[in-house]
Ligand binder design. Structure first.
Ligand SMILES: NC(=O)c1ccc[n+]([C@@H]2O[C@H](COP(=O)([O-])OP(=O)(O)OC[C@H]3O[C@@H](n4cnc5c(N)ncnc54)[C@H](OP(=O)(O)O)[C@@H]3O)[C@@H](O)[C@H]2O)c1
Length: 336
């Protein structure tokens, strides 16, 4: 069976410059469950299957392996660097050394530029990869406009130097964006945000679009393999939501695929993760065929459970009352 999806058939979204990028990308966070080699093998297979957008980050600890498979792709296939759109992110412990962090990612990925470089979290609060959910770093502090803008200015300099083409923000809120957007010399091209049927973030999504910022939806399937530290007993499983299951049955697809069709049709760019070929192939193919009906889209819109899965509690500072403090729920920047 030919698994190849022609990248031309994959719908696109426009960035503020008019440049088009694919409506689905591949996530590369192995969730402490999959090895760097499994993830990089998936990147290799996914690109050969038709993926052109790959979402990387230094903290995923696999950029060096991904760099090796990118080189293999350039050597063994007709696919050229400029056909790919590769993202990376500066981790929380490198906010004062963004250039060094970006250079390390470039070296690991074996690239001379990154297409879109994110500030992964808007706090310099560090936690060790794989730490437990209740671990706290005593040096952690609340969001600071000045500190964030210092990090952002360093990102802008990466654009000036030609090391990255676009810069983006991640895990932001409307109050934080309101505070920092007027201070940006180079605007964010994209906002990476948690987004799936059980957590649609309608206001933040609309805010991003109104400001010409492309939403990129992470955990688009509700991250069923996420680490234990990111699980609570109240969490809703998107693939078990009645509305999703019903629509999946009507289309004869897995509920995961319904989450992705919904995301792509709504307007965010989902970046599903999978190391399994049948899964990652169907995750891209599904946006090229058999769309959801307007009624199905509306049914999913109404099914929002406002259930955040990645609560970020490991980034809390001493004195914070709970993970909600990271997300400015009362419309003001908490603790600033
Ligand atoms: N900016 C940020 O702070 C941030 C935070 C989190 C994630 N991300 C990015 O977003 C990406 C995606 O998020 P995620 O990996 O947490 O969650 P996800 O994409 O929602 O879920 C991935 C899991 O869904 C299952 N799956 C995938 N395709 C499937 C299919 N067709 N049918 C059935 N099951 C399927 C797989 O589970 P099994 O492996 O068990 O089969 C896979 O491990 C990450 O890899 C990362 O690149 C960014």
């Amino acid at each position: 069976m030919d698994h190849k999806i022609n990248p031309v058939d994959v719908p696109k979204r426009k960035l503020y410059t008019g440049e088009e990028i694919p409506v689905v990308g591949l996530g590369t966070f192995g969730s402490d469950k999959y090895t760097p080699e499994q993830v990089s093998n998936a990147v290799f297979g996914a690109i050969l299957s038709g993926y052109r957008l790959i979402d990387c980050a230094s903290v995923y600890q696999n950029e060096d392996r991904i760099g090796e498979v990118l080189q293999r792709i350039f050597k063994e296939s007709e696919i050229k660097r400029e056909e790919l759109f590769i993202t990376s992110k500066v981790w929380n412990d490198m906010h004062r050394e963004v250039l060094r962090s970006c250079e390390k990612s470039l070296k690991d990925l074996q690239l001379d530029h990154i297409d879109l470089y994110f500030v992964h979290w808007p706090f310099p609060n560090y936690h060790a990869p794989g730490c437990s959910g209740d671990s706290r770093n005593p040096d952690s502090r609340p969001f600071s406009i000045n500190e964030f803008m210092d990090t952002w200015k360093q990102c802008e300099e990466l654009v000036d130097k030609g090391l990255v083409r676009y810069i983006g923000m991640s895990n932001m809120t409307i109050p934080k964006l309101e505070a920092v957007l007027p201070l940006c010399r180079i605007k964010p091209a994209a906002l990476e945000m948690e987004c799936h049927p059980g957590f649609q973030q309608e206001e933040l999504f609309a805010y991003a679009l109104e400001h010409g910022i492309q939403p990129i939806g992470y955990c688009p399937i509700g991250s069923p393999s996420r680490p234990e530290r990111d699980r609570t007993s109240e969490d809703v499983a998107d693939t078990q939501m009645a509305e999703i299951v019903e629509i999946a049955e009507a289309h004869h697809v897995h509920p995961a695929v319904v989450c992705l069709k919904w995301a792509a049709q709504r307007g965010q760019i989902p970046i599903p993760f999978s190391v399994k070929e049948p899964q990652y192939v169907s995750n891209l193919k599904c946006v090229t065929e058999d769309p959801l009906t307007p009624e199905e889209m509306e049914k999913i819109r109404k099914a929002d459970k406002n259930c955040r899965l990645i609560k970020g509690q490991v980034f809390l500072w001493q004195g914070a009352s709970g993970w909600e403090d990271l997300w400015d729920l009362d419309g003001k920047i908490t603790g600033a």
